[in-house]
Design a protein around this ligand. Structure first.
Ligand SMILES: Cc1cc2nc3c(=O)[nH]c(=O)nc-3n(C[C@H](O)[C@H](O)[C@H](O)COP(=O)(O)O)c2cc1C
Length: 202
């Protein structure tokens, strides 16, 4: 079934996908089809990856799972809360509801390594996979936003997902359809700063 907000995006070329993808904050309530998400996730892993460690992992949350994760993270934060620390209390409250901002949240994580070089390279590979995911999602007419922040570091988040502390949460990808209330995108990019070395003068 074609979603009403789904644009005609079949066979989008890569330049169009790169240029057209934008972070979208305002999402409609409709949940994207699992088949579409599977397609996007399968595409994401065709990322460059030194030593082929394939360090990426994905958790795809929807419905009650988002609230369950929020509750688990918040409960963990509240356990050690100093009642006088109003900022910490606010952070816990936010953690409880934060994942409800999108109908689907994909948590991208990376298998950590004790070797700092490998760890950095695997983080880079996981970021490449994440960008693949965002571009494929865009080509499917989905709207996304990559979010990080405290939610990546809260121990309760990894615990809920069954990830060991050595893994790194790379991204919370908020995924849905763009809200009809979305205004025009006015963000621009500065031109790429390029040094051409060894080229004949143009
Ligand atoms: C590693 C990373 C972390 C990000 N974390 C956040 C975040 O926590 N909150 C947020 O609103 N946007 C976050 N973003 C999205 C950027 O704000 C966004 O990509 C940037 O404004 C450029 O806009 P565009 O994605 O539409 O090109 C993150 C992006 C990256 C790559």
């Amino acid at each position: 079934m074609t979603h009403p907000l789904l644009r005609e995006t079949e066979d989008m070329d890569v330049y169009t996908a790169i240029r057209g993808r934008r972070s979208v904050t305002l999402l409609a309530e409709d949940t994207p089809d699992r088949a579409v998400l599977e397609r996007v996730l399968r595409a994401s892993v065709w990322a460059p990856n030194h030593h082929m460690t394939e360090p990426w992992r994905f958790h795809v949350l929807t419905g009650d799972a988002r609230q369950a994760m929020g509750n688990a993270v918040a409960a963990q934060l509240e356990q050690n809360l100093d009642p006088a620390d109003t900022a910490a209390a606010a952070a816990a409250r936010q953690a409880r509801t934060r994942l409800l901002r999108a109908p689907v949240v994909i948590v991208v994580s990376q298998v950590g390594s004790d070797d700092p070089v490998l760890d950095l390279e695997d983080y880079a590979a996981a970021c490449c996979a994440t960008q693949n995911l965002l571009l494929a999602a865009h080509a499917e007419g989905l709207a996304t936003k990559w979010r990080t922040g405290d939610m990546c570091d809260y121990p309760g988040a990894k615990e809920f997902l069954g990830l060991p502390p050595s893994h790194r949460i790379v991204a919370y990808l908020y995924v849905g359809y763009p809200s009809p209330k979305l205004g025009p995108d006015q963000r621009e990019r500065a031109p790429a700063q390029i040094a051409w070395l060894g080229w004949d003068a143009a």
